[in-house]
Design a binder for this molecule. Structure first.
Ligand code: HEC
Length: 124
């Protein structure tokens, strides 16, 4: 008898635990989906910091690999218009994949650069 009661208690607590785990699900959703606001992208506030962090050790004013300079608007605009900026970061085989021999940019960073280009390559 005691055994059956114990088993019911175990089942009850397991169910409670599972139910509470489900309720908290939204917290473990990927952060990028909720926190990545990729509309009205600002060149200065969003695009430039990504390029400075991931690209400009090789494409800045000091080191200009392949003559590519991505540390100012005029420089970035050239490669954004030409298509190689976006082509390089989505790594679909049309351009040399960037960042060079490093992990692909995160989904949010790619979305920000993509939308900044689509919204007209503004110096904003
Ligand atoms: C460690 C150095 C390094 C970093 C960091 C780097 N690049 Fe490059 N980049 C290169 C080299 C080397 C090439 C030439 C590769 C080739 O032609 O195979 C290149 C080429 C390019 C090209 C021309 C691609 C083509 O096929 O025409 C673009 C555009 C570019 N990089 C953009 C970027 C962007 C954007 C980032 C950051 C997300 C970045 N790079 C980060 C070294 C780097």
């Amino acid at each position: 008898m005691l055994k059956i009661v114990k088993r019911w208690f175990m089942a009850f607590f397991t169910l409670c635990f599972l139910a509470s785990a489900c309720r908290h699900d939204p917290i473990v959703q990927p952060v990028t989906e909720n926190t990545c606001d990729s509309t009205n992208v600002s060149f200065k506030k969003s695009v430039m910091p990504i390029l400075n962090k991931h690209c400009n050790s090789c494409h800045g004013s000091n080191v200009q690999t392949h003559g590519i300079i991505l540390d100012n608007y005029a420089g970035v605009r050239i490669f954004a218009l030409e298509g190689s900026l976006y082509g390089a970061i989505i790594q679909n085989g049309d351009y040399a994949p960037m960042p060079y021999s490093a992990a692909k940019l995160d989904v949010c960073s790619i979305a920000l650069i993509h939308n900044w280009i689509r919204e007209g390559i503004k110096d904003n």
